[in-house]
Design a protein around this ligand. Structure first.
Ligand code: FAD
Ligand code: 2HG
Ligand code: ZN
Length: 470
């Protein structure tokens, strides 16, 4: 029996043959990331049923010094959930841990297992007359464990914060196989280091998240949504100030889109239509929501009238029905898919302070125009949070190779500019394998030293997601 065969048979004996996938046809989809940047190989794919089995697997891997790669919905952007090419790592899929364990509507909290698909968590909250506000274009397939492991952001951060802000408690299996039962549902708990916060955003390098107790919010009963045409990113930021000042916490989304995003989505994604009849350089998708029944459309119209008087608005389309609102969101959420269909792209998920966004866009765009051949800039994103997807697409298939060869210089120039503006080279997608060297390049030696010390203390054998993040 080969070494690999022997290990697989030990694993079957440990968790049952039905929880160990080895046939190529069963494992293939787990071994490639969704952007098709990495294709790995694995000893096996383990599909445990419960936290006890996860603990058994991780403890055994620690004894055998086998690397464990946790995987949720496999929608991540940085290759964090893909094993390396050695065939020695174990892929650990959380997909069977998919129960909503409990909902406490009065405490505004819900406990979900890591493998619950985000949309199912949202639905469970909704059924209890509550809101779980985390929302991403991938919500139909990403899992709450993956959302927490990456500290996902998305479309409502301007109001509710990121995934970390939604967590009250966490259950996780630590690298030595012990279960950390931190499933508290408290809003106040100052008992030492905040281990749950450490696990959030650790991208599977410090343990396997198996469940979480999440904060719920009042269900929204009123909303007003609009697509606004504006002349410049500077106007977008002024408009953001007006909306925040006049709508307060009702402002729940503020997304920036360039004209090219409308062109790509209407061309490549069925059913997407341009909401305005005239062509404009930039657009904002903004949404106000409220738990109270209140006339938000009127409020939005008043604010927009004020913005127009200040010459911040070129045009506006207000959603007159739920169908139109859904169409506006479909346009926004289809941008990544439209970009994928249009051709390869070089992506930069960056953030800078919101007041620096206009200067960043202008300097970074100028660099792209003067240095990148065959590229079309598709710069969009969560402007209300200072987060841009500063992507450059190649839309001439015959030039793909030459275009992609410019990646190192482009990445360095954009990330250097981000550093100049005191920004972040990963606003919401994480580090994974893709940005490991970038983190080493841009993070301070003090921060890196502290991160490495934490990793060494919790995972001295380096079994948790080796080669990722650090
Ligand atoms: P995976 O891709 O499976 O894993 C991601 C990382 O988390 C890996 O390092 C993995 O090892 C680790 N991990 C997964 N589960 C666990 C666990 N239970 N315990 C420990 N570690 C674990 N992201 C945003 O932030 N904002 C967006 O707006 C957004 N929009 C997107 C739109 C589209 C169309 C797509 C395809 C992706 C988008 N993403 C966005 C990226 C992605 O969906 C998020 O990063 C998401 O949080 C990943 O969840 P997942 O379950 O797919 O994780
Ligand atoms: C989004 O905001 C996602 O749509 C995807 O974070 C970003 O594809 C991208 O670059
Ligand atoms: Zn995003």
């Amino acid at each position: 029996m080969s070494d690999g065969e022997e290990l697989r048979s030990q694993l079957r004996a440990l968790i049952g043959a039905d929880s160990v996938l080895t046939a190529d046809a069963d494992t293939a989809s787990f071994l490639v990331d969704q952007r098709r940047l990495y294709r790995g190989s694995a000893l096996a794919v383990a599909v445990p049923h419960d936290v006890g089995q996860v603990a058994c697997i991780v403890g055994w891997c620690n004894q055998q010094r086998i690397g464990v790669v946790p995987q949720g919905g496999n929608t991540g952007y940085c290759g964090g959930a893909t094993p390396d090419e050695s065939g020695r790592q174990l892929l650990l899929s959380l997909r069977r841990l998919n129960r909503i364990r409990s909902i406490d509507a009065d405490n505004f909290s819900l406990t979900a297992e890591a493998g619950c698909v985000l949309a199912n968590v949202q639905q469970a909250a909704d059924a209890a007359e509550r809101l779980f506000p985390l929302s991403l274009g991938s919500e139909g397939s990403c899992q709450i464990g993956g959302n927490l492991a990456t500290n996902a952001g998305g479309l409502n951060v301007v109001r509710y914060g990121m995934a970390r802000d939604q967590v009250l408690g966490i259950e996780a299996v630590l690298p030595d196989g012990q279960v950390f039962d931190g499933l508290k549902s408290l809003r106040k708990d100052n008992t030492g280091y905040d281990l749950k916060s450490l696990l959030v955003g650790s991208e599977g390098t410090l343990g396997v998240i198996t469940a979480a107790t999440l904060k719920l919010w009042p269900k929204m009963r009123s909303s007003a949504t609009a697509i606004l045409a504006i002349a410049t990113p500077a106007d977008a930021i002024r408009l953001l100030g007006v909306l925040k000042a006049q709508a307060g916490e009702r402002l729940s989304s503020f997304e920036l889109l360039p004209r090219i995003a409308i062109e790509l989505t209407t061309r490549h994604v069925e059913g997407v239509i341009d909401p305005l009849t005239t062509v404009y350089p930039w657009y904002i998708l903004c949404e106000l929501t409220s738990a109270a029944v209140e006339p938000l459309s009127e409020l939005l119209q008043q604010i927009l009238a004020d913005a127009a008087e200040r010459s911040l608005l070129l045009d506006a389309a207000l959603a007159s029905s739920e169908r139109v609102r859904a169409a506006f969101w479909r346009l926004r959420e289809s941008v990544p898919e439209a970009q994928r269909r249009a051709g390869p792209s070089l992506k930069h998920d960056i953030s800078v302070p919101v007041t620096s966004l206009p200067a960043f866009i202008s300097e970074a765009s100028l660099w792209v125009q003067t240095h990148v051949s065959d590229g079309v800039l598709v710069c969009y994103g969560h402007a209300g949070d200072g987060n841009l997807h500063f992507n450059v697409s190649c839309i001439d298939a015959s030039r793909n190779e030459a275009f992609l060869a410019q990646e190192p210089q482009l990445r360095r120039a954009i990330h250097d500019l981000v550093a100049k503006f005191s920004g972040s080279i990963s606003a919401e997608h994480g580090i994974g394998r893709l940005k490991r060297d970038e983190l080493a390049h841009y993070a301070s030696p003090v921060a890196l030293g502290a991160m490495r010390a934490i990793k060494q203390a919790l995972d001295p054998n380096g079994i948790m997601n080796p080669g990722k993040l650090l």
